[in-house]
Design a protein around this ligand. Structure first.
Ligand SMILES: [Fe+2]
Length: 465
């Protein structure tokens, strides 16, 4: 294979620059005269040779380009982008970014006015209008109505959702720190806003997911928990054999690769591998046993060795020495593009928080929790609960761009959903019920993999139990 620098120099010899995608393409084709053929056919005034000069390369949406071969492109969450855990100064930036970006998604569908504007005119006591704000606080009144204080950059106001109004169903699920729009009227004394309709950033009802032009399938799993005495090694062997016999191009693993050390009290007695390096070595050896043609993409979870605050960085190199070279490490969360199909990988710790905050929510319905995330266009809307968030200048937990697939884990219970064209997948775990789960009455669904055909986005669950 030609060296990337060599390729670049060959183009420079003829005063041409070359895009890295093209360099990669040339490397993968491995045809000796390809460079000369490309140079011969580019127009005279060309400065940079890019993929549109080459018939074998395909253009996709958004002007981004990729190769026909199985290919993974990291859209966000590549190594080193998670940022530091910052001081309090960044919280202001963080929440402003969250409000601006989620607010503009709502504003794209409905016109809205600043909250401050309400008090300036008597008009809004007679006429309906729409305001958009971040939920500062939400509670149920003694009469069973729901009341939320919402805030934009101009002011804040209390919004009342009456229990006898149709809007109440949506309002029951309001959680703090999400961004909502409300249509309604101001009370006569100007202190309360009576809501008739609630808007969330959500997904457009006519959303049509992108599908791959080329054949290809991806396999989704999570929560392998290597090192635990409940890790299901025999099931994994069956899974590995099955993968070897398949022609699937991608394997995605959404966190909790290993069981970790000191994650919960008394964990030591439930570990078969008590050294964190050895846990990752064992996991790396398992990946090395899989066919090297499979592109493996791994992101961390709350049992992994990196900081718990999200976004979580990639697993550091000191722990991945035994990982095969076909394994790509990404952060949590991360967006990866598989043949043009976008997958948002998120471990799913916030599901714990949402189950506590949303009436009727349960661990058995992780599919519904993914829908709640998509409606709010946010992976962890409630700030300051069990999900630690590293407040950076931008909110990396906003769901933007919209993926075709949302891949979560953490709850150890399978859940699949399709919400407005977005496929939500939680493939469960590779660990049988732990003592802690037994105590909490959590019944895991272990040893499952979900396969998705990238041309149809149809999921299929395969069991190795
Ligand atoms: Fe887990």
């Amino acid at each position: 294979m030609l060296d990337a620098q060599e390729i670049t120099l060959r183009f420079l010899d003829t005063k041409l620059q070359v895009h890295p995608d093209v360099v990669r393409y040339i490397q993968e084709q491995d045809e000796p005269d390809l460079i000369d053929r490309i140079i011969a056919q580019v127009p005279d005034n060309t400065i940079v040779v890019s993929s549109h000069h080459i018939p074998g390369m395909h253009a996709t949406r958004d002007g981004t380009r990729f190769l026909v071969d199985p290919m993974v492109e990291i859209v966000s969450g590549s190594a080193g982008t998670s940022g530091a855990v910052n001081g309090t100064g960044d919280y202001l930036h963080y929440f402003r970014d969250r409000y601006n970006r989620l607010g503009s998604m709502i504003r794209g569908r409905v016109g809205a006015m600043p909250i401050e504007g309400l008090s300036r005119s008597n008009r809004y006591r007679q006429e309906e209008c729409t305001i958009i704000g971040m939920v500062v606080e939400v509670k149920t009144t003694t009469n069973g109505h729901r009341i939320a204080e919402i805030e934009d950059s101009s002011a804040s106001i209390s919004v009342l959702f009456r229990k006898d109004r149709p809007v109440f169903g949506d309002a029951e699920r309001i959680i703090h720190d999400e961004v909502i729009g409300v249509r309604g009227k101001l009370s006569n004394d100007g202190r309360l806003f009576f809501a008739e309709q609630l808007y969330r950033p959500d997904i457009r009802i006519d959303n049509t997911p992108f599908t791959s032009e080329q054949p290809g399938s991806a396999v989704f799993i999570s929560d392998v928990h290597v090192g635990s005495n409940t890790f299901l090694g025999e099931c994994w062997s069956r899974f590995a054999d099955w993968l070897s016999d398949s022609d699937y191009g991608y394997l995605l693993i959404a966190g909790d690769l290993v069981d970790g050390i000191g994650i919960y009290p008394g964990q030591e007695s439930e570990l078969t591998i008590k050294n964190i390096y050895e846990q990752y070595d064992a996991f790396g050896a398992m990946l090395s046993d899989l066919p090297s043609r499979i592109r493996i993409i791994v992101s961390p979870g709350n049992h992994d060795v990196v900081r718990g605050a999200e976004p979580q960085p990639v697993i550091p190199a000191a722990f991945t020495k035994k990982f095969p070279s076909n394994c790509l490490l990404v952060e949590n969360p991360a967006v990866v593009n598989l043949q043009g199909v976008r997958v948002l990988m998120y471990h799913g710790r916030s599901i714990d928080d949402m189950i506590g905050l949303i009436p009727g929510a349960s661990y058995e319905q992780s599919g519904l929790m993914m829908e709640e995330m998509l409606q709010r266009r946010h992976l962890a809307p409630a700030y300051g609960r069990k999900t630690p968030i590293a407040a950076g200048k931008t909110d990396r937990l906003i769901i933007d761009p919209l993926p075709e697939i949302l891949h979560t884990g953490h709850v150890h219970i399978k859940g699949i959903t399709n919400y407005r064209g977005v496929l939500g997948i939680n493939a469960g775990t590779w660990q049988s019920q732990t003592a802690f789960q037994k105590q909490m009455n959590v019944n895991p669904t272990p040893a499952l993999a979900v396969v998705v055909d990238l041309q149809t986005l149809v999921p299929e669950t395969v069991s190795f139990a």
